[in-house]
Design a protein around this ligand. Structure first.
Ligand SMILES: [Ca+2]
Ligand SMILES: [Ca+2]
Ligand SMILES: [Ca+2]
Ligand SMILES: [Ca+2]
Length: 640
């Protein structure tokens, strides 16, 4: 006998197709049991199957502990019982030892479930591994290396079924010239369903399956069997074959028909079946995962013509394929014993990211949009009289911001668009605005191409790529004079801070940062730690940052610690007033700023507490909650 090759065997114990064991007694079989009738526990378990069966009544369940059970005569089941392994077919082996068939079953509601059945020998009769005589179900089994004249693996007479099993490497031979069904023999009835039937040999008829007079084969994969007549399957008279793959069988023609009344539906085989006895059959190769000898895997590849090409039958709605997955996936059953159950992945641009996850499904160079903040805009408000506190109305520059980072399928940054909505300038100073990236990869100083800035006043010096020169961090100046963006309406101190002055439309700038190579990840930018600032009144050395954010390399250090500023660069303390207050605020949603000359504490009643607690109390100070603010002290544009 050939040895079993390494087909992946993943049979799982499934619930019985017919429930007959729920009402009876449970008995046990174990090689280490005390063999004490009536075998009601593992410790008193029967040592042989037959002892437990003989002690049982209709409706009983017999559970079998792991082990190899070597037979001297076959196991006979004539009662309505279920015989089941506790841990599946790889753990309970029934070995005919080359002297006897393993099972003879003769009861319509008997079930044999979850065994390896091997080395059965019955060269003058029916069923090397199993003979079902008029009734019985064998499921979730591996039937291998058995021999009989009729049905080397299993023979079913009149009625009965083999389901969800692997029938492999069995031989139909009387040690002479006769052999009928190397794997499965159906005589006058019987059914094989969801089985892999492979590497079986018959010396005469039906290497995989032989049907004589009547029998059904539904959703089986019959491959690499061998026989001179019907290498995969031979059917004689009333046979029905549905949803079955018959391929790669050798030694004779793949299939052979004889007599009358046989019909094939939705099968894949070659050569083509005759049109008078076949419906919706195909000759396409099935496209198994692997047919290489020793590495066989008979699951279907994506795109196989056998997928969704079967004919649905009512039992399929509640049954499983040979893997234990739903028998029907994607509405229509597949041909063969394994249902293809991977959703079809569409990747139109071929970048490896499926369309439904790809923000740019038609652009292979782009895959994902990453927003910072996660949604909408953040908002910045600055006070420009630093290092003096000034009027502390936090409206000298109001800028909303949003960064959209586009990454490719390898999570490398393609570009970053920074959108800045310049909303207000409640000041007479001509302030600029920029930011640096304190935790970015330093090579981005030269490796980043910048566009979209508005620099007209001549006091900013750029590197050729658009970053600011003289900086040790990537630094981008967005605009150098807010007066060039928001035109003064002619009355009032600034723009969009007095309710009685005309509203000036906001101005939006988009800075595009494009790395010169696709080698940078979002981590190389660390945008979430960006450090925004204003440049006060064309004075490049005078920057105002968020509290405790360090200045750029171009700042004039002599301002620190003067006036109300209590910065201490040696301690990493920056832009903090003597009272512990900031000169700039950053919130994650649009900010409603105070009117001109209205100190922020008069508009937002919890701002001071929030700032002095370093953000610990009232982190929601800017919300429009009762008792949180005086809306009359906020700017409300008269025609936004
Ligand atoms: Ca399907
Ligand atoms: Ca894609
Ligand atoms: Ca794409
Ligand atoms: Ca102001």
């Amino acid at each position: 006998m050939k040895t079993l090759k390494h087909i992946s065997i993943t049979l799982i114990l499934l619930l019985s197709f017919t429930a007959n064991a729920s009402t009876g007694t449970t008995r046990y079989v174990s090689l280490s049991g005390s063999n004490t009738a009536p075998f009601l526990t593992l410790s008193t378990a029967a040592n042989t199957f037959q002892a437990a069966i003989n002690a049982s009544s209709n409706g009983d369940l017999i559970l079998v502990e792991n082990g190899t059970y070597t037979l001297t005569t076959f196991i006979s089941i004539t009662k309505s019982i279920t015989l089941r392994s506790i841990n599946g077919p790889n753990n309970v082996i029934i070995d005919g030892n080359g002297v006897t068939k393993c099972f003879e079953i003769n009861n319509f509601t008997a079930i044999v479930d979850g065994f390896t059945i091997m080395n059965g020998y019955n060269p003058s009769g029916f069923g090397g591994g199993v003979n079902i005589k008029n009734g019985g179900l064998v499921q979730n089994c591996i039937i291998k290396e058995n021999q009989a004249r009729d049905g080397g693996g299993i023979a079913i007479d009149d009625s009965g079924a083999i389901m969800n099993s692997i029938i492999m490497n069995n031989l139909a031979s009387d040690n002479g010239v006769s052999g009928y069904g190397g794997g499965v023999r159906l005589l006058n009835g019987g059914e094989a369903r969801n089985c892999l039937i492979t590497e079986n040999v018959s010396v005469k008829y039906g290497g995989g399956v032989n049907i004589w007079n009547a029998g059904n084969v539904f959703n089986c994969t019959i491959t690499k069997n061998s026989a001179p007549n019907g290498a995969g399957i031979r059917t004689r008279n009333n046979s029905m074959i549905k949803n079955t793959i018959i391929y790669y069988n050798t030694g004779g023609v793949n299939w052979e028909v004889n007599g009358i009344g046989y019909q094939y539906y939705n099968c894949a085989t070659t050569p083509a079946l005759g049109s008078s006895y076949s419906t919706d059959c195909i000759t396409n190769i099935p496209a198994f995962i692997n047919i290489t000898s020793g590495s066989e895997d008979y699951h279907l590849q994506s795109g196989s013509a056998c997928i969704d090409a079967g004919y649905n039958l009512s039992w399929m709605n509640t049954s499983f394929d040979l893997d234990g997955n739903n028998r029907i996936f994607n509405s229509i059953v597949d041909m063969g014993c394994y249902e293809f159950n991977t959703p079809t992945i569409i990747d139109t641009d071929g970048d490896g990211i499926p369309d439904d996850e790809d923000d740019f499904p038609n652009d292979p160079g782009k895959a994902f949009i990453n927003n910072f903040p996660a949604s909408g805009y953040g908002s910045l408000g600055f006070e420009d009289l630093w290092p003096g506190t000034g009027d502390y109305d936090f409206n000298d520059i109001i800028v909303d911001y949003r960064f959209v980072t586009i990454t490719n399928a390898s999570n490398k940054v393609v570009k970053i668009n920074g959108t800045f909505v310049v909303k207000a300038s409640g000041a007479y100073l001509r302030n600029g605005f920029g930011f640096n990236l304190p935790n970015a990869n330093i090579s981005l100083i030269s490796g980043l191409n910048i566009s979209g800035y508005d620099l007209r006043e001549g006091f900013i010096t750029l590197n050729s790529n658009g970053t600011e020169s003289g900086q040790s961090k990537p630094t981008i100046i967005v605009f150098d004079d807010v007066f060039n963006l928001l035109t003064h309406p002619g009355i009032g101190t600034g723009v969009n801070t007095e309710n009685w002055a005309p509203f000036v439309p906001y101005d939006t700038l988009t800075i595009t940062m494009t790395p010169s190579t696709l080698n940078y990840t979002m981590n190389d930018f660390s945008m979430e730690t960006w450090n925004p600032f204003i440049i006060v009144n064309h004075e490049r050395g005078k920057e105002v940052h968020l509290i405790n954010y360090p200045p750029t390399d171009l700042v004039n250090q002599s301002f620190f610690g003067t006036w109300e500023d209590n910065s201490n660069p040696s301690q990493g303390k920056y832009y903090r007033s003597l009272n512990g207050l900031p000169w700039a605020i950053n919130i994650t949603e649009p900010f409603e700023w105070p009117r001109e000359k209205i100190e922020i504490g008069w508009a937002y009643f919890h701002f001071i507490e929030w700032a002095q607690s370093s953000g610990a109390t009232y982190p929601d100070w800017y919300k429009n909650y009762p008792g949180y603010r005086n809306n009359g002290n906020l700017y409300h544009p008269n025609n936004p």
